[in-house]
Design a protein around this ligand. Structure first.
Ligand code: SF4
Length: 169
């Protein structure tokens, strides 16, 4: 039922060669643990993406964590206010490296239609963002597309030896 049934020729004979950092990246990209930072309507689409209809589990990212210390991918979905930004920054600082950020929807990427003083006009003014998802709200397919983009980024970073974690070096 395990790997040996998928790769019968590898039981007792044959071998696989790879690089350690690429093996770690393969594990990372297929087991991202998202931290859902949902503050408004975009979060409803994020929840839909996790449901059985869209099934983000197909990409190994269904283990939603509400502790930043157990996460490696922050999905920011919704409006971020001036009062909320320090909270988001604290959570970002508590996520261990390596970590990735998806900015989901127009509001957290640019402020959206809320061009007002209490609304952050783009979270990337304060923290790094890896993937921006346009839309108001973006469809679940867009979030899955962003996740796949992060996976490709992890893979290409491993090939370019960009990981900084001690385990990967
Ligand atoms: S981008 Fe649109 S759907 Fe998303 S939080 Fe803003 S107003 Fe709501």
């Amino acid at each position: 039922m395990g790997l040996e049934t998928k790769l019968p020729r590898l039981t007792g004979e044959g071998f696989i060669t790879t690089k350690v950092n690429e093996l770690i990246a393969w594990g990372r990209k297929n087991s991202l643990w998202p931290y859902p930072f949902g503050t408004a309507c975009c979060a409803i689409e994020m929840m839909a993406t996790l449901s059985s209809r869209y099934d983000m589990a197909r990409f190994g990212a269904e283990v939603i964590r509400f502790s930043p210390r157990q996460s490696d991918l922050i999905i920011v979905s919704g409006r971020i206010s001036l009062k909320m930004m320090p909270v988001l920054l604290q959570i970002y600082s508590q996520v261990p490296e390596p970590k990735w950020v998806i900015s989901m929807g127009a509001c957290c990427s640019t402020g959206g239609v809320f061009n007002t003083y209490p609304q952050i006009q783009g979270i990337d003014q304060f923290m790094p963002v890896d993937v921006y998802i346009p839309g108001c709200p973006p469809r679940p397919e867009s979030l899955i597309d962003a996740l796949v983009h992060i996976q490709k980024q992890i893979e290409s970073d491993a090939k370019a030896h960009k990981f900084t974690s001690a385990a990967a070096n």
